[in-house]
Each structure stands twice: as C-alpha cells, then as structure tokens.
Design a protein around this ligand. Structure first.
Ligand SMILES: [Zn+2]
Length: 388
C-alpha cells in the first residue's frame, strides 16, 4: 500500500492548484494526467465545447468490459482568504489535520488515487477488469463534466460495470441522492417614481407574486409525500434562497431577480414542477405585465440540472463496498454528486470516500491523516480484490 506521506505529498500538489469551478482547469488536469501517465496509465482528456475545461480519464489493466470507475471532481468551491488562517491554496499540516481548500472535497480522494496509481500499475497484468480513474470538472456548479463524460467513456473504453464516487462520506456508502434543478428568475418591469405608478410595471410586485406561487407549490408537494422512499422529507422540495432588486423606497423597481431550486426525489420529475410554475407565470403574470408595458417580462434560466442517483434494487457497487469495507446498509442523502450521470451511463454507482461531510465547503476545510489512510486502505483492498 502507498504510504500516507505519499498521499500527503500528492494532496499538497493538488491543493496548490486553485481549481475553482468555472475557471479553466488545464493546469490541474494536465498535472494529474502527467502523474498517471508516468505511472503507466492510458490517459485521455475530454474537453468541454470551449476547450478550457476538461475531464481526465485514465485506465490501467485489460481493455475489457466490466471495469471499476473511481470518480472524483477536480474543481473546488471558492475560498474567502479572510476566513482562513493561512493561504487556502497552500496545504497546512497541524497535527493530524491537513488543511486547505479541497482537502476533503475532494482532492483527498484524488490524492489517494494518485498515490495508489503505481501500485495498480504494478499488477496491471493480473487485473481481472480495468480500473478507470474519471476525474471531472465543474461538479460543484452542476456536474457539467460528469454530464458529458458518459458519452466520452462510451467512445473510448469498453462499458464499465461499477463506479465509486469518492466524495467524503466518512467511508460509509450512499446509494441514492436527490437531483437539483438550480434556477434564476429575472423580472423586468419599468422604472418610475413611486408616486406615479400608472403605466409602470413594478418588478418587485410581480416577483413577489411568483415567489408566493412557488411557495404554494412547495406546500402542495409536501402535502402528498411519497410512500415508498427513504428520503427525509419524503417529497420533492422547492425553495427560494435569495431575492434582490430595486434601488430605493420611492423608486418603482424595473428589475427583481431571485435564485431558487427544486430538489426532486430520484425518479420524480423536477422539470414538470418547473413547467407548471412557468406556465402559471406566463398566464397569470406576464400577460398582465405586457398590457401595461410591452417590454416587461419574466425569464427563468436553468443554471444547473444535476441528476439524482436512483436507488438500484440490486447494486453490485454497494455489494463491492460491503465486501471490501463495511456491512453497513447504504444510506440516502439530499446532496448531489456526479453519481447520477454515471448511473445514466449504465454504470452501477455508489458514493463512498474518505473524510467528513461536515468539512465540505467550510473555511479551514481539512482531512485527517487517518482518513487519508482509510482511503488508501480501501484502494489497496480493491487492488488485491481485482488482482486475484
Ligand atoms: Zn464534492
């Protein structure tokens, strides 16, 4: 098994790339690709349509069906330096803790994969099926890398069977999670003095009516919970998280915008919930607004549509975790990962990895040495399992 110090060194290198979502990611992608190529992996890059961000797909072992995918994301959430005691992009070691942006979410798992790469390569001839490292871009803003990687895998490797998404779950398996539809609505009205409302469209008034309708839908969904789900709460949730608009008390606002989301249960249709709300908006609000001012309107943008991970009746991926690590029954959660897209690509998927969920997206985010060493131990058992 690779030593924890090797994983720490890999982690320090990874944290040093400020690979914040939506930024060009060639520096970290080519660093990781270079490490894996040096270890003996077959490495390919899967760029987005702009060519500035890319997934890294690296394989070792036979060119065969039934491979095991180890999946992690290369991007991290932003870090506000004033909330950190040191540079968030320089790994700090304090006793057991390794502190840095992405240390736990999820460069810790990537570091374990990189540290174990030479060990997988050393048994490449004996591996019963290939091991594919699938490292994605822009997971944190809607799994954009994962959304395109299924098609890339279909073109470049034989169909894998199992995927482990190494998000920090404290080494406890998660076999289902909700999707998220992330939305931004922009209400356009007409500005004027508050004392002269005739012929003006007050964007705040119309935004408030739409928000009230959304709240009504959220309540209605909560009143018809699903009977056969382990999700808490057992219904599709809808929430408005942020509203902004207007300049002063005595000015009619010509603009009001709000961010909201729909988290469907796996299998539920979030798009249908959205469509009902948009149809109501067009019928009840936009028509009325346009009678006052033909330039007024309401537009809603889908910022991200992250797929849920549906619970599979029989899951070879969950069984693999049971065999190699823990008999604990898989849980379900309401946070989204890349897993839904791998499942869509026909790969049975489980979310399972080192580090604590509570550390995700926090200032002073950290992973501990013992958590890293658990990640290595799991990969080492996987290697022994596949090498016979
Ligand atoms: Zn993550």
């Amino acid at each position: 098994m690779a030593s924890v110090e090797e994983a720490v060194a890999e982690l320090a290198d990874l944290v040093a790339f400020p690979s914040v979502s939506r930024e060009a990611n060639a520096p970290i992608a080519t660093h990781v690709g270079g490490r894996l190529e040096a270890a003996g992996f077959r490495v390919a890059y899967d760029p987005d349509e702009t060519g500035t961000r890319m997934n890294v797909v690296a394989s070792i072992g036979p060119d065969a069906e039934g491979g095991v995918v180890l999946c992690g994301h290369l991007d991290v959430v932003p870090a506000s330096p004033e909330r950190w005691e040191g540079d968030p992009f320089v790994l700090r070691r304090e006793g057991e803790r390794l502190i840095g942006r992405g240390a736990v979410d999820m460069k810790g798992f990537l570091a374990c994969c990189l540290a174990m790469a030479p060990e997988f390569a050393a048994v490449a001839e004996r591996l019963s099926v290939p091991v594919h490292y699938v490292f994605t871009f822009d997971e944190e803003v809607g799994s954009f890398g994962a959304a395109q990687v299924g098609a890339f895998l279909a073109r470049t490797v034989k169909q894998p069977a199992i995927a482990v998404v190494g998000e920090p779950t404290e080494m406890r398996p998660i076999s289902a999670h909700r999707g998220i539809l992330e939305l931004t609505t922009e209400v356009t009205g007409s500005a004027g003095h508050a004392s002269q409302p005739v012929g003006r469209v007050n964007a705040a008034f119309y935004a408030a009516r739409m928000v009230a309708h959304i709240a009504g839908r959220a309540r209605a969904l909560s009143e018809s919970p699903a009977a056969d789900t382990r999700f808490e709460p057992p219904w599709t949730t809808v929430s408005v998280g942020r509203i902004e608009g207007g300049e002063a008390r005595n000015v009619i606002p010509d603009r009001c915008r709000f961010d909201w989301e729909i988290r469907p249960l796996p299998g539920a249709d979030g798009r249908a919930v959205l469509q009902e709300i948009l149809d109501w908006t067009t019928r009840e609000l936009v028509a009325e607004m346009r009678e006052i001012d033909p330039d007024a309107g309401i537009s809603t943008e889908i910022v991200a549509d992250c797929k849920g991970l549906a619970l599979a009746p029989v899951s070879p991926a969950a069984q693999l975790i049971g065999q190699l690590w823990t008999n604990e029954p898989p849980r379900v959660t309401s946070f989204a990962t890349d897993a839904g897209y791998l499942q869509e690509a026909g790969i049975d998927t489980v979310v399972f990895g080192p580090g604590s969920l509570a550390q995700m997206h926090q200032p002073e985010e950290h992973i501990t040495l013992s958590e890293l060493s658990d990640g290595l131990a799991f990969l080492s058992r996987l290697r022994a399992h596949l090498a016979g």
